[in-house]
Design a protein around this ligand. Structure first.
Ligand SMILES: Nc1nc2c(ncn2[C@@H]2O[C@H](COP(=O)(O)OP(=O)(O)OP(=O)(O)O)[C@@H](O)[C@H]2O)c(=O)[nH]1
Ligand SMILES: [Mg+2]
Length: 578
């Protein structure tokens, strides 16, 4: 048992390999990614166009695809083999743009899009549409064999080149036409080398060769073929002669190829052997190439990971700095400090702060003459300072993240493709920050209200009001870095200490500590949520690439499964050479 007789298991394994290759996205612009993308597309195409349908219907006619350079005489050869003009030959280069498949009428059912080359629309009239495949039933073509006239492999037209490659990859037999003038060209030889690598059946036609040059050119060509692993490929020569009025070569010039083809058509065993050779070679080279697609996939995941960690590091660092700044007294400057001092009063009071004696503390607290509108002003000042702080760090994070992406080529591409400037904070951030800060202030008010539920009627609670106590709590939070005292943190900390004393007098030490921790916690949560949303612009961009971390392994496993079946089959059939 070999690939060709492996049955449903091999088919399943190949279908899985196709799915795995399709799932192996290569969206990031890494070096060589173009080649990898092309290889992956070619492999998926070859599975769909040829390998899978071939394995399903091994008995289908042998497909000989006529390929080669433009003007080599491919279409003329096909017409001459058939003895009628079935495909357009011409002086305009390139002439053939849409493939023409000539087959025996009895074989018509084999060439539907459900079996072969599924993305080409079947038509029955001449066209230049590269997405169409013209089917031409002709009696003179032997049953069991079909000939396909393809566009030129080295075309100036990209669609021609791609289509020619696709068609040759779907060939059981590659009938390669070259001419005395063109046989040394690079591109056709690249094709032949690839065909040799996957042990596809190849026959060469040296066309349009002046009679006196035939011997020299043919022997040179034969040496080139041998050196490139194609020494077993039949080589036919056709002299440059005048064509008849229909543009056909006289029958005797193509008799050698014609009889070779009709022999093949009549010999089911030889045909099957050829199909097996090409099919098994195609599968073998496919599983080998699958590993380089898997490697490319890994490179993509690694690059995406580098980008992700660059963005994460930028945002983590700025979140850390931002949270630090909300706790180390940074906010207790400028407007906030001025408003706060208006609220609590300054001067003599501060000098007494060090005093630990209870009565003194009480006196101090009683001296505070908080008025509701002054508390409100503190609150407004807090709001705008906190917003400004958040915006500053969000800008810095965006800038850092962008800079880290700019150092990587795929990052540069992503940044230039995306519609917005990711190096700046998002446009909606100011609004979101305003809302978050206001919501946090509401949180704090609510905490104070709840905590003071049973103290509402006490003189102190009433004296400062919920708003006064709430802004005091905010100020305490802003100077919350472990163990601050007035002397250590200067005027800002000193002011905060006033708030602390005030709150202690109303709620008691323990309750105050819990309140401060809770308020701090809420602030952290809201700030993190804001910056995480900003970070997500980067992460979403990466997520939108559809990279699947499992993809590479799926490709490798699928390729291994196919190989295992190949080896098992070869072993049973005693064909260790596979
Ligand atoms: N005299 C002479 N002319 C030929 C011969 N073969 C092809 N031609 C002419 O060369 C030109 C190109 O031939 P085609 O058969 O269209 O070549 P092709 O390889 O199909 O070219 P593309 O479809 O462009 O890839 C046409 O004008 C043909 O008539 C030949 O053996 N002798
Ligand atoms: Mg042609």
């Amino acid at each position: 048992m070999t690939v060709t007789t492996a049955g449903p298991q091999m088919l399943t394994a190949l279908v899985r390999l196709r799915a795995a290759l399709q799932g192996a996205a290569l969206p990031l612009e890494l070096p060589d990614v173009r080649d990898d993308r092309r290889a992956r597309a070619e492999m998926v195409n070859q599975l769909e166009d040829y390998i899978i349908p071939r394995i399903v219907t091994l008995e289908a006619p042998l497909l000989a695809v006529v390929g080669g350079s433009t003007g080599a005489g491919k279409s003329t050869l096909v017409n001459s083999l058939v003895g009628a003009v079935v495909t357009e030959a011409g002086v305009l280069r390139p002439t053939t743009r849409s493939p023409v498949l000539v087959h025996n009428p009895a074989d018509a059912d084999w060439f539907g899009a459900d079996r072969l080359l599924p993305d080409l629309e079947r038509i029955h009239h001449p066209t230049h549409d590269p997405h169409a495949l013209q089917l031409v039933p002709v009696d003179v073509v032997p049953q069991g064999l079909a000939i396909l006239d393809a566009p030129d492999v080295d075309s100036v037209e990209e669609s021609n080149r791609l289509l020619a490659a696709q068609l040759l990859a779907a060939a059981d037999l590659c009938l390669f036409v070259t001419s005395a003038a063109r046989y040394a060209d690079q591109v056709p030889w690249d094709f032949l080398r690839q065909a040799a690598e996957r042990s596809a059946a190849v026959a060469i036609v040296l066309d349009r060769t002046p009679e006196d040059a035939v011997e020299t050119v043919a022997s040179h060509l034969a040496r080139m073929l041998a050196a490139r692993g194609l020494k077993d490929s039949p080589l036919f020569t056709i002299n440059e002669v005048t064509l008849n009025e229909n543009g056909l070569l006289a029958p005797r010039h193509v008799s050698e190829i014609r009889s070779w083809l009709s022999e093949l058509g009549g010999d089911a065993e030889a045909r099957a052997a050829m199909v097996r050779q090409t099919l098994e070679g195609a599968v073998r080279s496919l599983t080998r190439r699958a590993h380089s697609v898997a490697d490319a996939c890994v490179a993509q995941s690694e690059a995406a990971e580098r980008l992700r960690s660059g963005a994460d590091a930028a945002y983590d660092e700025e979140i850390r700095k931002l949270l630090e700044a909300t706790a180390d007294g940074t906010l207790l400057r400028g407007e906030v400090l001025v408003r706060w001092q208006e609220f609590v009063g300054t001067g003599e009071l501060l000098k007494t702060l060090e005093a630990k004696v209870g009565w003194l503390r009480d006196r101090m607290v009683n001296a505070i003459k908080g008025k509701p509108q002054q508390a409100e002003r503190v609150s407004v000042a807090v709001e705008s300072s906190l917003e400004t702080l958040i915006l500053e760090h969000a800008e810095a994070a965006a800038e850092r993240a962008e800079a880290s992406w700019r150092t990587l080529a795929p990052g540069q591409d992503l940044l230039s493709d995306v519609g917005e400037d990711l190096g700046r904070a998002s446009r909606g951030l100011r609004r979101h920050a305003e809302r978050a800060v206001r919501e946090w202030q509401q949180d704090v008010l609510e905490m104070v209200r709840t905590e003071g539920a049973d103290k509402r009627t006490t003189a102190r609670f009433l004296a400062y009001g919920v708003n006064g106590l709430a802004v005091s709590l905010m100020v305490v939070v802003f100077a919350n870095t472990a163990g601050l005292t007035g002397a250590e943190v200067g005027i800002a900390g000193g002011s905060a200490l006033l708030g602390q004393k005030l709150l202690e007098a109303v709620f008691g030490d323990q309750a105050l500590r819990a309140l401060a921790a809770q308020a701090r916690d809420r602030l952290e949560t809201r700030v993190r949520a804001l910056l995480d949303e900003e970070r997500h612009r980067y992460l979403d961009l990466l997520a939108s690439l559809g990279l699947d971390p499992e993809a590479a392994e799926r490709v490798r496993n699928a390729a291994r499964a196919v190989d295992d079946l190949r080896y098992a089959g070869a072993e049973r059939a005693g064909m260790h050479s596979l």
